[in-house]
Design a protein around this ligand. Structure first.
Ligand SMILES: [Fe+2]
Length: 356
């Protein structure tokens, strides 16, 4: 056995009602003047949190926009400075948490993240900022929230659809961590546990938003999914999703739900050990088909056609996916990959039976 692992730098506080510990966590970081960052839609929902913090909360920046436009990030930094805040509390999904990251880098002040979706952004140092319509990606360890408060009660407002697509994104983080460029046994443990938790928690969370037991499982899986992205990175599946998002306007969650079963089927011949783990974790001897069935059962899209993708763009998308994928366990050949995208376009159910 041979592996290198970076210590997971952030403090994780997980549990039902954990948001009540926010004030103590601000104290623990040496803060006394927190600014909260969230979307306008979340402002009402966080009112009780603001009230509970009292004078420890000096302001709320509720102007987060999807994909973190540069002007919003700059406005948040300016507000933070004008409030003389000494720590940041990011509450929300990937966009809220990602808006806080450049602020932490720029000001050097600590961040506490309270995620309300399954994006996993709170445990990665990765973020993107949109500058004149182009998203620029960054990786900076100073961007990593110092503390993450995972409170399943904070996720019950997530709609069934958002739960399903955000959950498929997290599931994809775990699946791709089973076949990394550099084997990492810790990431494998996390990924397998993450898949089990997500498969157990997502369908019931979609069916009943307030099912706290299911929400706990799903959020635990999302934590593990975000963590393994940082540990071992991504491959064909996520790169393809980034192409579909960046060039064809398909949202990251939708792209994840459609592509994951197909990318899994594409990689299955090259990753028998990973497929055996995935099959066991999903309770299926055909992991790609099981992923497709899971997505379909939760009501997520299963084809690119209904998401507005044009068949005439599939050649270019295939070429772009090959271009941007730095690592994949199975070599990327135009023919088979084009076929994968055709199947994803049509919404065909893929299959990858495990060897007997
Ligand atoms: Fe993702």
């Amino acid at each position: 056995m041979d592996f290198t692992i970076n210590p997971l730098a952030n403090r994780i506080v997980f549990g039902l009602g954990a948001t009540a510990k926010l004030s103590a966590e601000i104290d623990a970081l040496g803060g006394s003047r927190a600014m909260i960052v969230c979307t306008a839609g979340a402002a009402g929902r966080i009112a009780p949190i603001v009230e509970a913090l009292g004078s420890a909360c000096v302001g709320v920046f509720a102007e987060v926009q999807p994909h973190c436009p540069e002007e919003v990030v700059l406005a948040a930094i300016e507000r933070f400075r004008s409030l003389d805040a000494d720590c940041l509390v990011s509450i929300g999904g990937g966009s809220s948490i990602d808006t806080g990251k450049p602020l932490a880098v720029e000001t050097g002040k600590p961040t506490i993240a309270v995620p309300t979706t399954y994006s996993g952004s709170e445990v990665t140092p990765l973020y993107g900022i949109v500058i004149s319509d182009r998203k620029k990606g960054h990786r900076d360890d100073r961007a990593l929230p110092r503390t993450v408060i995972y409170d399943p009660e904070m996720t019950t407002g997530l709609s069934p659809y958002a739960t399903a697509i955000s959950g498929m994104n997290s599931l994809a983080h775990c699946v791709e961590a089973l076949y990394p460029a550099t084997p990492n046994p810790i990431a494998t443990l996390f990924a397998e546990a993450g898949i089990r938790a997500l498969v157990a928690g997502l369908p019931a969370s979609v069916a009943t938003s307030g099912d706290l037991q299911a929400r706990t499982q799903a959020l635990y899986g999302a934590y593990l999914g975000g963590t393994v992205v940082t540990l071992v990175g991504i491959a064909l599946h996520h790169r393809t999703c980034h192409v579909l998002g960046g060039s064809y306007g398909i949202s990251h969650g939708d792209a994840n739900a459609v592509i994951l079963p197909h990318a899994t089927a594409y990689n299955a011949p090259a990753t028998p050990a990973a497929m055996a783990i995935l099959g066991q974790a999903m309770g299926s001897d055909d992991p790609a088909a099981a992923l497709y069935d899971l997505a379909q059962s939760m009501g997520t899209p299963t084809d690119l056609k209904s998401l507005g993708m044009k068949e005439s763009d599939l050649d270019a998308a295939t070429e772009q996916a090959i271009e941007v994928t730095a690592y994949n366990p199975r070599p990327l050949e135009f023919g088979p990959l084009r076929e994968m995208l055709q199947n994803a376009y049509e919404g065909n159910r893929p299959t990858s039976p495990l060897a007997a």
